[in-house]
Ligand binder design. Structure first.
Ligand code: NAD
Ligand code: ZN
Length: 259
């Protein structure tokens, strides 16, 4: 049986299927990934080192942090991007009642723009601000004037300096998304892992936890990953998510008509 038919059948037969996505699901929206063949860090390893300093900078000097965040070409690219057929396919699977939730490592908000409703943003979102003291989140648009006048935005609940909701390296994962993601990974019996190299922890623990709990793990990726090599995934569909996920949706529709 070809792998598209196989995953469609697995999805239809699953009781609780979820998706786990990474930067690779957004490359076809024009956002580069980090570690893929033409990723940001594959081409510029120094950029990876700088990324490890951002959170410390916020803790030391929020105003310096905001100066850099506002200049970042990556953040403005993310805010302008549009969903691609892969995001739309996952939203379709959710509205068909096949997919229960999407856990994404991405910060670009493209799953929601494509129509997915049950989305857990493990690494936060570029369009929100978050207070690391009380955990409150705010729509970034609310603070545009403050940011444009080069002031540090402050939490409306406790007055602390706000940062982007984005989880930077060395920053802990906010408790609410952490708990929700691990609950979903433990609950699912099928995890569709789309466009992630699965090397950033603790996010990369999610497919491993799901596997240990008996779930089937299916990867869609341009290349084999640590999940493939370690035998965490049951099988891998090698190729573009934007081409394969819409084919999977079509196959699921066919199977449903037949049954
Ligand atoms: P990664 O860069 O480590 O890995 C991306 C994976 O996707 C690679 O294995 C690559 O082969 C695969 N890939 C790339 N294009 C693909 C396509 N069209 N179809 C199928 N597979 C494709 O990304 P990661 O595992 O998500 O980890 C990087 C971290 O950086 C994450 O935390 C993520 O939040 C963050 N990040 C986010 C964005 C975004 O929000 N769009 C962009 C870059 C990085
Ligand atoms: Zn607060």
């Amino acid at each position: 049986m070809d792998l598209i038919r196989r995953v469609a059948k697995d999805l239809v037969e699953a009781n609780y299927a979820i998706a786990f996505t990474g930067a690779g699901i957004s490359t076809e929206s024009g956002i580069p990934d980090f570690r893929g063949p033409s990723g940001i860090w594959t081409r510029d390893p120094e950029a990876e080192k700088r990324a490890y300093e951002i959170y410390g900078k916020f803790l030391r000097d929020p105003s310096e942090y905001w100066k850099e965040a506002l200049r970042s070409p990556l953040y403005s690219l993310l805010e302008k991007a549009e969903p691609n057929p892969a995001h739309k396919a996952l939203a379709d699977l959710e509205s068909m009642g096949i997919l229960m939730c999407v856990i994404t490592q991405n910060i670009d908000g493209l799953h929601q723009k494509a129509g997915s409703r049950n989305v857990v943003e493990f690494h936060g979102s570029v369009s929100k601000l978050r207070c690391i003291r009380c955990g409150s989140r705010f729509d970034k648009r609310k603070f545009i004037k403050v940011l444009e006048s080069h002031n540090v935005p402050e939490c409306e609940n406790c007055g602390s300096a706000l940062k982007l909701d984005v989880v930077h390296f060395t920053e802990p994962i906010p408790t609410d998304v952490y708990v929700k993601s691990f609950e979903e990974a433990m609950k699912c019996d099928l995890m569709l892992v789309c466009g992630t190299s699965a090397v950033v922890y603790p996010a990369a623990e999610l497919p491993r936890v799901a596997k240990r709990n008996g779930a089937k793990i299916v990867e869609i990726n341009l290349e084999e990953t640590s999940l493939t090599f370690e035998g965490v995934s049951d099988y891998i569909i090698k190729g573009k998510v934007g081409e394969n996920l819409p084919k999977i949706v079509e196959e699921v529709k066919k199977l449903r008509i037949q049954s």
